[in-house]
Structure formats: structure tokens, C-alpha cells
Design a protein around this ligand. Structure first.
Ligand code: ATP
Length: 239
């Protein structure tokens, strides 16, 4: 049915040996939404994103994306099916050029359109990357590297983009630009699951959110409900 969420997570658990980072969470993302996943350091946010793409050890009762059971699929297949992670800390290849980083984003994995068209779209969106195509990525500013990391992910033509702390360590103006970009991407049809420490700005652009604490969902609701909740006000918004 068309009201089936794009992503359905039921009973997701992530354990590293004896450390249980994520303890049986349920979460859904509908097509066209920005859903934000909030919580303190160590709450299990990165583990959740990494588990979704098969980069962290995971168990779940259900893990279904676009009608496909993700359990048992390797990361490269998951990317090809339309779910791509922009990891925490950007992880661009400093000694490669901007263009080489983009190519690694997997134009050859693109599910639709041709790689040249995907690249042209992406460079139109990020003029700064177009200008610096042949520079080493390590020479870019932090904000530019984050743009490159997002651009690289877009090269796989994802339906669902997973963003892990895209604003981390960036100057306020650059942070604003990143949040504007995320909103634009959603407005153009991309679905986004956003992990952020910047609770106020995340809840401004998000449709819904979840708060993780010690590997469990502590609170969930529409962005407006979360903004108004006393727990969020006290813990994150400095009320
Ligand atoms: P942060 O914002 O600091 O990244 P987070 O909410 O994303 O926090 P995770 O990084 O998912 O949290 O970490 C959750 C818990 O799992 C923490 O206790 C962390 O120390 C532990 N952990 C994360 N990765 C590993 C790993 N590879 N091996 C062992 N323990 C890990």
C-alpha cells in the first residue's frame, strides 16, 4: 500500500560485544519527510544509522526499506537500492580531488538517469564543488568538505539520505547553509533521516523526531510537539 513507510524499523538492536548501543528501537520514515534522531553523546544515534546501511552489527524484527528486507544485505547493495549514509566527520578522501571523491560516490551505482547527468545536477547544486573540481579535497574548508560529502552521497541517486551530524564543528553561518540545503533536498523530493546535536535547528526543518537515550526511544512526535515538550525544552533548548 502507498501509505507504507519508506523505512520501517522494528526492534532494532546493535551490540558491540557486551556493549548494547541500541536496545530494540522502533522507528519509521515516510516518503518526503525529514525525520530527526536526537539524543546525547553515546545515546546510539550513529550506531542506528550505521546499522541501517550494514556497517554496524544489527538484529531486528523488521528492517524494511522501499519494500526490501535489508537484513543480510551488504552496504553496497543497500546503496544501490537507494539508501546512502553521509558518515559523521565527513570522511572525504583528502588526497583525492573533489571530482575523484564524487566518482567514488558511485555514479556507477546510480539506479536511474545516467552518471553524467547525475554529476551535472550535483555540480549545479554545489557551484563551490564545480569551481574546485580538480583541487584536493583536503584543501577545502570544513563546510565545503561537508558539501562534498553530501554531494558524493547524492551521486548514488538515493531515495533516503542518512545524515550523521552534518553541522558538527562548523561555523554558525555554514551551519545555516547546511540546514538550508537539507530542507531544499527534502522540498525536492528526497527523504532524510537526520542525526544532529543541534536540536533547535533540526526541529525547525524536521517533520518528526525521535529522542534516543541509552539506546532506547525516550520521546517521539511531530517537530512542533517536540519543540513544545518540557523534556526537550529543559534538556536541549535551554528553557
Ligand atoms: P555520538 O554523538 O557520540 O556519536 P551516538 O548517539 O551516535 O553518540 P553511538 O556512537 O552510536 O552514539 O554509541 C553508542 C554506544 O556504543 C556508546 O557507548 C559507544 O561507546 C558504543 N560504541 C559505538 N561504536 C562502538 C564500537 N565500534 N565498538 C564498541 N562500542 C561502540
Amino acid at each position: 500500500p502507498s501509505d507504507e513507510p519508506l523505512l520501517t524499523i522494528e526492534g532494532l538492536t546493535v551490540s558491540y560485544g557486551p556493549v548494547e548501543a541500541v536496545d530494540g528501537i522502533d522507528l519509521t520514515v515516510k516518503r518526503g519527510e525529514i525525520v530527526t534522531l536526537l539524543g546525547a553523546n553515546g545515546a546510539g544515534k550513529s550506531s542506528t544509522l550505521n546499522a541501517l546501511v550494514g556497517l554496524a552489527p544489527r538484529k531486528a524484527n523488521r528492517l524494511v526499506f522501499a519494500g526490501i528486507d535489508l537484513l543480510g544485505l551488504p552496504p553496497e547493495t543497500i546503496v544501490r537500492r537507494g539508501m546512502t549514509l553521509v558518515p559523521e566527520g565527513r570522511r572525504v578522501f583528502a588526497s583525492l580531488t573533489v571530482e575523484e571523491n564524487l566518482i567514488l560516490g558511485g555514479a556507477k551505482h546510480a539506479k536511474r538517469g545516467n552518471p553524467a547527468a547525475v554529476k551535472a545536477d550535483m555540480l549545479a547544486r554545489f557551484p563551490i564543488l564545480a569551481e574546485r573540481l580538480h583541487q584536493k579535497a583536503g584543501l577545502l574548508s570544513g563546510g565545503e568538505q561537508q558539501m562534498l560529502a553530501i554531494g558524493r552521497a547524492l551521486m548514488s541517486s538515493p531515495d533516503l539520505l542518512l545524515l550523521d551530524e552534518p553541522s558538527l564543528g562548523l561555523a554558525p553561518q555554514v551551519v545555516d547553509a547546511i540546514f538550508d540545503l537539507i530542507r531544499d533536498l527534502r522540498d525536492q523530493g528526497l527523504t532524510i533521516l537526520l542525526v544532529e546535536q543541534n536540536v533547535a535547528q533540526s526541529l525547525e526543518i524536521a517533520d518528526r523526531g525521535y529522542v534516543l537515550a541509552n539506546g532506547r526511544i525516550e520521546l517521539q512526535g511531530s517537530a512542533a510537539e517536540l519543540r513544545a515538550s518540557p523534556e526537550i525544552q529543559n534538556a536541549y533548548l535551554g528553557a
